[in-house]
Design a protein around this ligand. Sequence first.
Ligand code: PMP
Length: 406
Amino acid sequence: MLNVRKDFPILTKVHNGHQIVYFDNAATTQKPKQVIQAIVDLLENHNGNPHRGAHILSVEASKLYDDARIAVQKFINAAHSEEVVFVRNATEALNIIARSYGETHLHEGDKIVIPISEHHANLVTWQRVARVTGAKLVYMYLDETGHFTENDLAKIDSKTKIVAFAAVSNVLGMKTPIKKIIDKAHAAGAVVVLDGAQAAPHMKSDVQQWDCDFYVFSGHKMLGSAGTGVLYGKRDLLNDMEPFLLGGDMIEYVQEQTTTFNVLPFKFEAGTENVEGAVALHAAIDYLENIGFDTIEAKEHELVTRALQGLEQIPYVHIIGSTNAEEKTGVISFTIEGVHPHDVATILDSYGIAIRSGHHCAQPYGSHIGAEASNRVSFYIYNTVEEVDYFLDKLKLVRKTMGFKD
Ligand code: PMP
């Protein structure tokens, strides 16, 4: 039995007379004491500007920062630590790839292929690459239950230079057939950009086994703090890219008119690093690995199974995508007939239940399936079956609250 709630101080918060039930983990996760303490320890005992001083505090901050990078390297099984670049979040990582790789390597007539369900961070970015280079942005539309079709995969052809997709969709919560798509993309000669924002917190990431060319994720969705994310790229690709931001620490030698750049990963880490964020991510990785992804997946499976069973019994609830728990992490999006998702979320909030409402940063998918807005519950290691049951009970009150007879 996973008993981690005691590590998460925020879970005792009371809102409107109810203990908070936090089901918005796909947006951001809560933080265990171990992560909070790691940040406090850095700031109380080791704070200095890394890689820039000979004094003890700079040296200690540098060591903590560099150790965090090694922890990430192991966490995703990267071959080399310099393939791990610290960035602000998944969004920034995707922007770096789009600008520093996409805009300089694609040409008119090339294809960028992505699923229609992508997060805006992995979609708007490619729209601009297409606009700037003349490449064509082509969508895989998925079937009605959110699965990739053979027709979708056939869009990956010899003209395709980029295939970008989420390892787990933030709307559907479905696990993408990662290896199948990557093999297909590589056979076509395309570079694969894998968005791990919803995968890294929930399943083992193995960039060498997947053989993805880029992998990105955000620390705050996996118990770490906001402001730290990861850009993984194969060394040759990162070496072949222009730096994204220019400034301190990313240079080798600066003359009046020209500059040579630092080696990887520093070439992509201009400016003073977010050591707090790196330390927090390191503590988060230790915390997750101590639990183990087998246990994490089993826990989410239990919660999602219970929630799906309950939701499927409510006639006016429509679940988006697959209802097969085997295919999902702990994310379920749904709509309620006759009630706007914001009203659903506001009514549940009055019972202390935090769920997401809106377009989930995936407007093209919402338009495609005819659900511009929806609700989303997303679970994590500290959630319980009792919380799921409480949520299902209160959800059944939503339509009554809005004046419906049932
Ligand atoms: N991709 C996916 C699949 C996401 O779910 C998110 C966050 N909702 C992002 C990218 C962007 O993450 P961030 O806002 O941390 O940059």
